[in-house]
Write a protein that binds this ligand. Structure first.
Ligand code: SF4
Length: 294
């Protein structure tokens, strides 16, 4: 690990997106000290993002003789989603009570967003805290001027320089970093399988990255098989990836898509049904309702 000033350490957190990339490139251009650049690989990044990171790494090496430190969870996203054994007594008891398998966290949800911490923030924070213990370490985070309310306690050069998101992207393009066109398609370029992305991003994923969409369908089938229609097994509240797939297919063919609940004779709860007919709910009402989820 290369060091500059005695006792100081300048650590850059790179998400790989336009803001942190612009911050790093600008810091280099302005001749600011950079001792370490840290990037957490969730394993679920777009192929274009991996190529972008390679390109930034080559640039960093050329300009400063440094390589990016890649941080990874030892087992990765899918192990956490399907296989991580639950150990806490209360969690085990709750799962036994609810009839949920004792392994795996299922799809990340609003209430249990296990992925960001385990695959990104804990890894970076641990590294930065270690450096802070060893050096007079300063951590640089790529938050832009438009999002300055998110700043808390680190150095935010883009805020200091009043660089907006749009300016950050234009600056990167000007330096020859274009993510293979990802930002021309998507609004955001983090995990392709993120359940928190907007419906239109998912629609575009199916169209522009059908191979990744195919992997989502496989994960969806596995999650449903393991956890059923519980919050862990459902991609989004009331939605499986398979149902979204049918919906997008119907949209492409100009058909209406309907989602409704139907109670079968003898069943305790009504089952969630998806169909492309105007069923129990009128199709317009169903479509309106479905938009509200994503
Ligand atoms: S992008 Fe989505 S899936 Fe990936 S770590 Fe963040 S919240 Fe989780």
């Amino acid at each position: 690990m290369k060091k500059t000033g005695k006792g100081d350490y300048h650590a850059v957190s790179l998400s790989g997106g336009k803001d942190s990339t612009a911050m790093l490139l600008m810091m280099i251009e302005k001749g600011m000290p950079v001792d370490g650049v840290f990037w957490a690989d969730t394993g679920m990044e777009f192929p274009e993002m991996y190529r972008h990171i390679e390109k930034v790494d080559a640039y960093l090496f050329r300009e400063r003789g440094l390589h990016i430190h890649v941080l990874r969870h030892p087992r990765g996203f899918e192990w956490l989603m399907f296989d991580e054994p639950k150990q806490k007594k209360s969690a085990v008891e709750r799962r036994i009570r609810d009839g949920v398998p004792l392994c795996g966290n299922g799809w990340p949800g609003i209430r249990v967003r296990w992925c960001t911490g385990q695959l990104k923030t804990h890894l970076i924070t641990k590294e930065v805290n270690r450096l802070k213990g060893e050096y007079n370490a300063v951590s640089y985070v790529g938050i832009t001027y438009d999002e300055q309310e998110r700043c808390k306690g680190e150095r935010y050069p883009l805020v200091e320089w009043q660089v907006t998101e749009e300016q950050a992207l234009r600056y990167c393009y000007g330096k020859g970093f274009d993510w293979g066109g990802l930002y021309e398609i998507y609004h955001r370029c983090s995990c392709w399988c993120c359940p928190f992305q907007r419906i239109d991003e998912l629609r575009k994923l199916r169209k522009h990255h059908p191979e990744l969409w195919g992997r989502m369908l496989e994960m969806d089938a596995r999650a449903l098989g393991q956890f059923g229609e519980t919050p862990l097994g459902m991609f989004r509240k009331g939605w499986t990836v398979g149902a979204l797939d049918e919906r997008f297919e119907a949209e492409e063919q100009g058909r209406k898509f309907c989602r409704h609940r139907k109670k079968e004779p003898g069943a305790e709860e009504p089952a969630l049904l998806f169909c492309t007919e105007t069923g129990i709910l009128g199709a317009d009402a169903a479509n309106q309702e479905s938009e509200g989820f994503l």
